[in-house]
Design a protein around this ligand. Structure first.
Ligand SMILES: Nc1ncnc2c1ncn2[C@@H]1O[C@H](COP(=O)(O)OP(=O)(O)OP(=O)(O)O)[C@@H](O)[C@H]1O
Ligand SMILES: [Mg+2]
Length: 393
């Protein structure tokens, strides 16, 4: 039953959303900033703070996890152990849920009801000031908490960690996509402004390509993903600069390729993966096309096969064959070109002019649907259309 071994995916754990790689490519700068900010803690046991911001999928969570794990190991080896409590505030929806989790770090049996928020905060404060070892609290997606009005908790924690209270040995790392300043009152704001900010920029296309390439090396059997596939994944996720999207595309494409038993991940698999996650090529959009444009799109899909992009002339050649098949007259080049542009304006294909030694060539590519799937869809839609037109006569 389970005897068929996988030929593409070598280590599926490496594709999990919560896997933390040993080395984070293109986040060396942020790791270095964190190291500088937390040197007082690692070397002298003095609490520190940091505030990480940046848009979706820019590696904030994974960098914080990597950094905390590495720092904890360093401190343990240096004989000054620290403990790290990582809290996702979106999962812990209320202030008391967060406080409870922190209290339970010290007192696992603390009851989950019967205490007012104020009392709980006092209990926490007691623990934090009497705790012998240093503690690092990471509040991930802290904006979710603050939008629910938990500014006070954040304020208390920053007060503990800003050095004015020498008894508390709590360091704080806060993570948020948006700047949280507008959610705070003036008193908290002044404390917060002193927090050391580490910014996470959106990844560029080339950075995303490298991230996916490194992850593919870790997770897949060597040589089982094509260069074109890596390019297409990078292109698709570059608009958002989002590494999560890139890794998810890699994961899905690898699984689809595994099912396909073709022995490698090609661009067809990446297109299929993209279509699973988010497709701009909806059935309703395709149904709205007239017969001429349907035939052009079918020709493009058939000519595409497993290529990343094809030359306009190749599409036009296939177009002539498809027209013959459906017994319609092929339109002239300028009209064909106009159809292609119409399809592009609907987001159904993409064109790009390439300058090389043979002059200017227009290349056509498909956004996110496998050419095989698109060709099949177009064939059945054309059949329906032709039949419908005949019925009307
Ligand atoms: N530099 C990198 N190298 C390798 N993998 C990365 C890198 N940056 C991000 N990733 C991967 O991309 C995915 C998203 O990263 P992460 O969860 O850290 O993003 P985030 O900034 O916290 O996003 P969000 O704001 O949505 O929480 C994770 O699977 C992570 O492992
Ligand atoms: Mg995150």
């Amino acid at each position: 039953m389970f005897e068929r071994s996988s030929v593409i995916i070598r280590d599926p754990v490496k594709l999990d959303y919560d896997y933390v790689p040993k080395d984070l490519v293109h986040r060396e700068g942020q790791m270095h900033s964190l190291e500088t900010l937390f040197r007082p803690l690692a070397q002298h046991g003095r609490p520190c703070t940091a505030y990480l911001t940046g848009s979706v999928g820019t590696g904030k969570t994974v960098t914080a996890r990597r950094f905390c794990t590495d720092m904890a190991e360093y401190c343990r080896n240096a004989g000054r152990p620290i403990s790290v409590v990582f809290i996702n505030c979106r999962n812990r929806s209320s202030e008391s849920a967060v406080v409870l989790q922190l209290i339970r770090h010290f007192d696992a049996g603390f009851p989950d009801r019967g205490f007012a928020p104020d009392e709980m905060l006092r209990v926490l404060r007691n623990h934090l000031t009497t705790n012998v070892s240093n503690m690092v609290v990471v509040l991930d997606e802290v904006d979710a908490l603050m939008k629910k009005g938990a500014v006070d908790l954040v304020y208390q924690l920053t007060r503990f960690s800003d050095g004015s209270n020498s008894d508390a040995k709590v360091s704080l790392i806060m993570i948020s996509q948006d700047p949280v300043h507008e959610l705070m009152d003036d008193a908290s704001l002044s404390t917060f402004r002193r927090l050391n900010r580490v910014t996470f920029n959106k990844y560029t296309r080339d950075e995303l390509r490298r991230i996916v390439e490194v992850r593919a090396e870790e997770a897949l059997v060597p040589g089982t993903i094509t260069e074109d596939s890596l390019d297409l994944i990078a292109d698709n996720s570059a608009e958002f600069g989002d590494a999560r999207m890139a890794i998810e595309l890699l994961d899905r494409a690898a699984n689809i390729a595994e099912e396909d038993s073709e022995g490698e991940v090609n661009v067809e698999h990446v297109r299929a993966a993209k279509a699973m996650i988010y497709s701009v090529v909806s059935e309703s959009k395709l149904m709205m096309l007239d017969l001429n444009r349907m035939i052009v799109l079918l020709a493009v899909a058939r000519a595409m096969k497993t290529n990343l992009a094809i030359m306009m002339s190749a599409a036009e050649k296939t177009y002539a064959i498809v027209c013959e098949e459906y017994d319609t007259a092929a339109r002239k080049h300028t009209q064909f070109w106009k159809y292609v542009q119409d399809l592009e304006s609907m987001g159904l294909l993409k064109t790009e002019v390439r300058n090389d030694r043979n002059g200017r060539t227009t290349m056509i590519s498909l956004p996110d649907i496998p050419s095989k799937v698109l060709a099949q869809k177009m064939e059945s839609l054309i059949e329906m259309k032709v039949k419908g037109d005949q019925d009307e006569v």
